[in-house]
Design a protein around this ligand. Structure first.
Ligand SMILES: Nc1ncnc2c1ncn2[C@@H]1O[C@H](COP(=O)(O)OP(=O)(O)OP(=O)(O)O)[C@@H](O)[C@H]1O
Ligand SMILES: [Mg+2]
Length: 326
């Protein structure tokens, strides 16, 4: 059987920011937020992207969405490189790919009612106002919210309601792909569960492809098919959720999984992997493997040679010299 084209194809992607070194010190520094990142997302799958704060997750999402340009490498959405498209083509492609940002308030204009916020992208893409109004009602219902909220302003709504509206607004365009940056981190546990179930229902109904960025590994365990772990802007491990959660290979993934509280009683009592040191710097990278200063297993080679992403099992990849020796 011919292999389907991935919905999102990320190839050797890097994003570096140049920042001023301050008034008194001359010269610029480079923040290497994303480094040589390669990954494919298949249609109808949910990818969970995890990594510490500052590891480059939001930056990666912004480059995928073409909200900022890549320093190197490419992103293909259904085979098309958005950065090479005309403004009109980009507008058309954007319809297929929706985003829900980390901060619920940043998704909505504070001076607009929920109705106008949901309608705006549809009207911008040429839909008649009456039809857009109808669709706004429909999507609000699909996120299980009452129609009277359409007349509310963002400040009159709770975090959970705002997040649902952001999801409704994203869905209004009938996207094929949704990028959700911490969609539930601002919500309490019961609302979180509702939103995750809602996302799963919608995904099943419409065969959507999701990329979900989160700190919360329980969210990942619950919702995602595959997990990608990011450390200092690099992909360090990628695999099916089951393997990644029960038996991760990269020492960083092991430490991440061990650090997260587990709700599943059958998985308690695991050996704790304690990570030493601070999250590293995106400006001064360590030599060799960027994780070696914090890795309890590090050997000579880890300090000297930068490991590449290597296949270590069925649909399972890791960037670690020691994973390769197993
Ligand atoms: N516009 C920018 N200019 C300079 N540096 C930036 C810019 N945007 C992001 N960065 C830097 O890039 C790095 C990665 O940031 P990013 O927001 O992608 O992290 P993150 O993984 O999403 O973190 P969090 O989990 O806290 O949301 C950080 O060091 C950040 O300061
Ligand atoms: Mg972020």
């Amino acid at each position: 059987m011919e292999k389907m084209q991935p919905v999102i194809q990320i190839e050797h992607l890097s994003k570096h920011f140049s920042i001023d070194n301050g008034f008194f010190t001359k010269g610029k520094k480079t923040v290497k937020a994303v480094n040589d990142f390669t990954l494919n997302l298949e249609k109808g799958k949910i990818l969970g992207l995890v990594g510490e704060s500052g590891s480059g997750k939001t930056t990666l999402a912004r480059v995928i969405l073409n909200l900022t340009s890549a320093t190197e490498g490419t992103v293909l959405i259904n085979g098309v490189d958005m950065s090479k498209c005309s403004a009109a083509e980009k507008k058309e492609l954007r319809k297929n790919i929706a985003v829900v940002f980390q901060d619920p308030l940043s998704n909505l204009n504070p001076r607009e009612t929920v109705m106008s916020s949901i309608m705006r992208p549809m009207v911008l893409h040429g839909m008649k106002r009456a039809l857009a109004r109808e669709k706004a009602r429909e999507v609000l219902e699909s996120v299980k919210m009452d129609a009277h909220y359409l007349n509310s302003y963002p400040h009159q709504l709770s975090g959970g309601q705002l997040q649902r509206i952001a999801i409704a607004r994203a869905l209004a365009m009938n996207p094929q792909i949704m990028i959700l940056d911490e969609p539930t981190s601002a919500l309490d546990i019961s609302v979180q569960a509702q939103i995750l179930n809602l996302l799963l229902d919608l995904q099943e109904q419409h065969q959507l492809t999701y990329m979900i960025i989160t700190h919360d590994l329980n969210v990942i365990r619950y919702i995602s098919d595959q997990v990608a772990v990011m450390y200092l802007g690099q992909l360090v491990e990628y695999g099916e959720t089951k393997i990644m959660c029960s038996n991760p290979s990269h020492p960083y993934s092991k430490a991440l999984m061990a650090a997260s509280p587990i709700l599943d009683p059958t998985m308690r009592g695991r050996e704790k992997e304690i990570m030493k040191g601070d999250p590293g710097s995106l400006i001064h990278f360590p030599s060799g493997c960027s994780f070696h200063p914090r890795c309890r297993y590090a050997e000579e080679i880890c300090m000297q040679e930068r490991p590449e992403m290597e296949r270590i099992g069925e649909n399972h990849w890791a960037r670690c010299h020691l994973c390769m020796q197993k």
